[in-house]
Design a protein around this ligand. Structure first.
Ligand SMILES: NC(=O)c1ccc[n+]([C@@H]2O[C@H](COP(=O)([O-])OP(=O)(O)OC[C@H]3O[C@@H](n4cnc5c(N)ncnc54)[C@H](OP(=O)(O)O)[C@@H]3O)[C@@H](O)[C@H]2O)c1
Length: 361
């Protein structure tokens, strides 16, 4: 622990897969850490589940374990709450955290729909607390470097097109209604689970981030035209295709599929007037490297080290923002979270997937 960095005491809501990845990552020793992270407390549906979680994923650590989320929200030793429940519970978990004055890092998709997102963001604004959607990939040095190369250095000229895909065999037919991947009331379907990454990569490729090049930190998000189609099975989308079409001709195709695992080594292609970028990795959420190929055939590979999976970068960003007194991130600002949810809503409006919690029009 070093005293020249912010120190954050995390409270973890839920002990599922993503929470296990998050806690293991943030307690790793890193020479370039921008904050000291402590897992202060765990909130779970049962104390026993919490104990097993700590034994398996935080050996040697002894956070407070609660058999409810409510006790976590009221723990005065918790600074920031990380929400790792299925999408359908994000809204209530976030509202409860905010009501108790806690800062929040909430897993993607931020909520089920844009109406819920507005409710949460309004509550955070009113209470004056920090909240960020845990779209962790946007915080990877790989992504930040790629954005600079594309949008500031213009290594492939003017960006024209992107093709981004996330396809994995989710074995949905084998799952029961209790599964968050099967039950529409839990936000099931490819769109919120993995399609959100294809959309995110389209945005990374097609649009400069805030504060880069000509784009001021206060710029409103762009509003491309959205054309979308979905195939539904048992009321949930098993494939979604989204076209983003910008007024100046930029175009993106973002796809997600729950039936096949993509066998393509690259999940994202970004085309410009002077070259092409291919991004590779275990999946679109966890990029490993990318290549830049110029029109003359010259190719450069960009590789990046990471000691764990990469959740510590978003955790560092939260800690630094909170220590600076900010209530939102410049990397994943509130307006961007809302814009992403609005695009997902529009894709579902055109494609047909509905959640019982959606507002009735
Ligand atoms: N960033 C990423 O790469 C990534 C990867 C995977 C998932 N995610 C996101 O993380 C969230 C959780 O996904 P996950 O894969 O971690 O889910 P999971 O393994 O099913 O775990 C979800 C946890 O939420 C709690 N929970 C509360 N009510 C529940 C209910 N009715 N059904 C199921 N669980 C309930 C449970 O914890 P307790 O019993 O301890 O309360 C459960 O263990 C989703 O929003 C997903 O999109 C993100």
């Amino acid at each position: 622990m070093t005293y020249d960095k912010p120190t954050v005491r995390w409270g973890i809501v839920a002990t599922g897969l993503i929470s296990s990845w998050f806690v293991k990552d943030i307690v790793l020793e890193r020479s370039d850490a921008k904050a000291n992270h402590f897992v202060q407390a765990i909130g779970s549906s049962s104390v026993e589940k919490g104990q097993n979680f700590v034994k398996e994923h935080l050996p040697g650590k002894s956070p407070t374990i609660y058999g409810s989320y409510q006790e976590l929200y009221t723990d005065p030793n918790v600074d920031i709450i990380y929400i790792g429940t299925p999408h359908a519970f994000h809204k209530q978990n976030a509202l409860n955290s905010i009501a108790h004055g806690k800062h929040v890092l909430c897993e993607k998709a931020f909520t089920l729909n844009a109406a819920e997102t507005r409710e949460v963001l309004n509550a955070a604004k009113e209470k004056g607390v920090y909240i960020m959607e845990a779209m962790w990939t946007r915080h990877f040095p790989l992504v930040r470097t790629l954005q600079k190369l594309l949008h500031k250095d213009k290594v492939i000229g003017e960006i024209q097109r992107t093709f981004c895909d996330f396809a994995m065999d989710m074995k949905i037919a084998e799952k029961g209604p209790e599964s968050r991947l099967k039950n529409p009331a839990l936000g099931a379907g490819t769109l919120l689970d993995i399609g959100i990454y294809s959309l995110t990569w389209s945005i990374i490729g097609l649009e400069p981030p805030l504060g880069m090049g000509e784009k001021p930190l206060t710029a409103a998000p762009e509003k491309p035209k959205i054309l979308a189609a979905q195939t539904l099975s048992d009321e949930i989308d098993i494939s979604t295709s989204i076209i983003l079409h910008y007024a100046d001709g930029r175009q993106g195709i973002a796809t997600s599929n729950a039936v096949v695992k993509s066998s393509s080594p690259s999940f994202c292609r970004i085309e410009g007037t002077e070259g092409v970028v291919f991004v590779y990795g275990r999946g679109p959420s966890m990029p490993d490297y990318f290549t830049v190929r110029k029109l003359n055939g010259e190719e450069t590979k960009y590789e990046f080290e990471k000691p764990g999976m990469g959740f510590f970068w978003e955790a560092d960003a939260v800690a630094v923002d909170v220590a600076a007194g900010r209530t939102e991130s410049t990397i994943m600002p509130w307006a961007e979270t809302l814009r992403v949810m609005e695009i997902l809503d529009e894709a579902r409006r055109q494609g047909g997937a509905r959640f019982p919690q959606d507002p009735r029009n």
